[in-house]
Design a protein around this ligand. Structure first.
Ligand SMILES: C[S@@+](CC[C@H](N)C(=O)[O-])C[C@H]1O[C@@H](n2cnc3c(N)ncnc32)[C@H](O)[C@@H]1O
Length: 302
């Protein structure tokens, strides 16, 4: 995978979303007795948020995690000026643990722009690519294998649960039928075309492509995203010092619901934001991917 020049770190450009709001939240970091503190960026990506925080706080150290080795290599380059304060870990945040006191955990969920834009990653139905969608292409099962392995019923359940797609049964039936007839899809566009065919013609013309929800569901399934988020929500408060901050940026309602309920019901946390912070019009105009971003912040009680 890393042989492919289109996946090299050099091309990794990602604009951090809600960066002003995240930076503003750091004004409340509980340095107190800690003259040098540690923060965890659980979703390092290209290191956009981390870079801003490292610039603002020369006394902070960072452990940055990403399950995508390409993102980690990009972040290593982008954070080179701060290398003495930065440790980069390639891995899933659901497996992470730490004993040291942590002042802040940041999770900016979902995909980075390069993951979406590079056709070889297989996330996009606008540019043709292999049916992959794994954030870490070294491990796990790509979408092409997932849709072969699941039966029609299981596939429909995933599309319904993770995509909130009302036509899940029809789409799953079509996918399994196509696979039976043709053996495999040639790529993401082929699959998206087939999904679109399940929609009545009138509904195919909306702002959102008919394959959007199904692609979201398949991506969540192959990356086990909801399980990983649940683990992060349980583990992060354990790592935080008193008044340490937990900031989560989510991009769809399933994630946001989980974060909202966790912040509300976890006795270890006090909500800093009651309503999520969303991007301003000018940020959305400048970075359309910020459109669906929601930032929630909580503080460790004691
Ligand atoms: C939206 S991007 C983060 C961008 C970053 N905040 C920046 O400003 O450059 C999300 C990143 O999180 C990573 N990611 C998503 N789920 C993960 C998980 N469970 N464990 C580790 N990394 C994950 C993805 O690979 C992706 O690079």
């Amino acid at each position: 995978m890393l042989e492919n020049p289109s996946l090299q770190a050099i091309d990794f450009h990602h604009l951090p979303v809600l960066a002003d709001a995240v930076l503003k939240a750091t004004a409340d970091l509980p340095f107190g007795e800690f003259d040098s503190g540690l923060f965890i960026d659980a979703t390092l990506g290209g290191g956009g948020h981390s870079r801003l925080i490292l610039e603002a706080y020369p006394q902070l150290r960072l452990i940055g995690l990403d399950q995508d080795p390409v993102a980690c290599r990009a972040a290593k380059q982008h954070l080179e000026p701060f290398r003495d304060r930065v440790e980069i870990v390639t891995g899933n945040f659901s497996d992470f643990s730490i004993d040291e006191p942590v002042l802040m955990v940041l999770a900016d969920l979902g995909l980075s722009s390069p993951q979406l834009d590079i056709p070889e990653r297989g996330f996009s139905f606008r540019n043709d690519g292999p049916l992959d969608m794994r954030m870490n292409q070294v491990e796990g099962e790509p979408v092409s294998e997932l849709i072969q392995r699941l039966n029609e019923h299981e596939l429909a359940d995933i599309i319904y649960k993770f995509g909130e797609e009302r036509l899940s049964r029809r789409i799953a039936r079509r996918i399994k039928q196509d696979l039976k007839n043709n053996g495999a899809y040639s790529g993401t566009i082929d699959l998206a075309y087939s999904i679109a065919g399940c929609y009545p013609p009138k509904m195919r013309k909306g702002r959102t492509h008919p394959a959007t929800r199904t692609f979201q569901a398949l991506r969540i399934a192959v990356n086990n995203e909801m399980f990983a988020l649940e683990k992060l929500l349980i583990n992060s408060p354990k790592w935080l010092v008193k008044e340490g901050l937990f900031c989560v940026i989510s991009f769809h309602s399933l994630e946001d619901r989980l974060v909202k309920h966790s912040f509300l019901n976890d006795d270890r946390l006090e909500r800093v934001t009651r309503k999520p912070i969303i991007a301003s019009r000018s940020e959305v105009a400048n970075n359309p991917r910020s459109r669906s971003a929601k930032l929630r912040i909580a503080r460790r009680r004691d």
